[in-house]
Design a protein around this ligand. Sequence first.
Ligand code: NAD
Length: 505
Amino acid sequence: MTAPATQTHSLLERLGVPAAALRGGPLSVRSPIDGSTLAQLPVHSADDVSRLVGEAQSAFLAWRSVPAPRRGELIRLLGEELRAEKETLGTLVSLEAGKILTEGLGEVQEMIDICDFAVGLSRQLHGLTIASERPGHRMMESWHPLGVIGVISAFNFPAAVWSWNFALAIVCGDAVVWKPSEKTPLTALACQALFERAARRFGAEAPAGLSCVAIGLREIGEAIVDDTRVALVSATGSTRMGREVGPRVARRFGRCLLELGGNNAVVVTPSADLDLAVRGILFAAAGTAGQRCTTTRRLIVHESVREMLVARLRKAYEKLAIGDPREPGTLVGPLIDRAAFESMQSALAAAAEEGGKVYGGERVLADTRPDAWYVRPAIVEMPAQTATVRHETFAPILYVLGYEHFEEAIAMHNDVPQGLSSAVFGNDLRETEQFLSAAGSDCGIANVNIGTSGAEIGGAFGGEKETGGGRESGSDAWRNYMRRATNTINYSRSLPLAQGVRFDV
Ligand code: NAD
């Protein structure tokens, strides 16, 4: 296999990011594949961020008046660029985030899908007409572009999260300043280069400053968060980050869209098709090395099938090919870094102390990849939903909990601080419908007979409680990126006041 740095540089060059842009700066970008350095990236300062937001603000003032379907054309062109470079960008995602290649490609496909969705949306940014109580009056809602959108993203979806926000924001008439994770800034530079290609083809109507990338650590995120010209901060990452960002944006009455941590569970009922359940759980729990916000972290299984299901899962886990994510056949790539490995090990130790029986979880490939962090995904049978289980550890650990009555399963399911994704496996309509009902799963995503991860872009994506409450991607999530104006138009010759109020002189 080619050295990650050599491969990364040639992919970036192809995408239009020159090698000179990757040298001489203080930010070391490493590949989780072998821990080697991919770039020493220059970083922005808080003053640079202020300048970029200013440029984005000027771009917004011009862009908001371009008709929405025309704005959609720019995103259509971006979709074309992504199609043409799917392999290049997908491989880059693998190199920088450590995802297996098919997931890297899948991430780019998701970007293409959201571009298509946004193009259609550009002709559907519609409001309501509302019956007025006054004669000769009409009421309606208009949706207008919002302003500068600040996107702060996490390492584990280094490209797709941006595109979910970006494609919608651009058709909605906004400009975007993106602060990617400091662990995956190269993918962000590549996305920006692809956007610039699309913008060149689009022509002068796309103002400079419509899209920019601010590179740096969390201070750069904070500069975006505190800038009053940023109308919406869309932040994806840990609950810790959201707890800091939310109140800061609220203090200046800005808008926030938070996509934070999950602690997703699968409930397996006695009527479940266990073949389906094993496949669904395997991908959702061990795929992406457990580093998806929607990764299955808890398995709540009926006692009558618990032993059999755990035995089958353990067998499947043993067959998981762990290794270089670029190798065909690999199913589990590396953890992002040493800190991720250490937090996994301390969670496993804490779970064992709380009475958990741990299978797997050990480091592998340490001899051939001493600077990388590969692990065997872990299954931990727990006696109860302890403090460790209730916490999101961003690594492949599946905690198994048993239940007797379905109500008990739902109560246990909901008894965690997070509320992102959930699933039930079963063929008893009463139970599966109960899971989806108001008295069932309290998550933003609730599935039947599929796992918790791998959402499609057509639905609104996000979750409740400590997951932050935001919704991105499909359905009506576009409304986040626009402001609503309620209009009342009087086409009569009199001026009746609402609610029958009289004010005559
Ligand atoms: P992280 O919170 O460490 O960092 C996320 C981003 O926030 C980075 O760009 C970081 O620089 C920035 N940041 C951190 N503190 C900040 C602050 N105080 N102000 C402004 N910006 C700040 O998260 P991570 O380790 O990159 O990603 C893993 C986490 O992200 C997990 O908890 C995962 O569940 C979550 N996640 C959630 C979703 C979702 O859609 N709900 C999607 C992907 C990841």
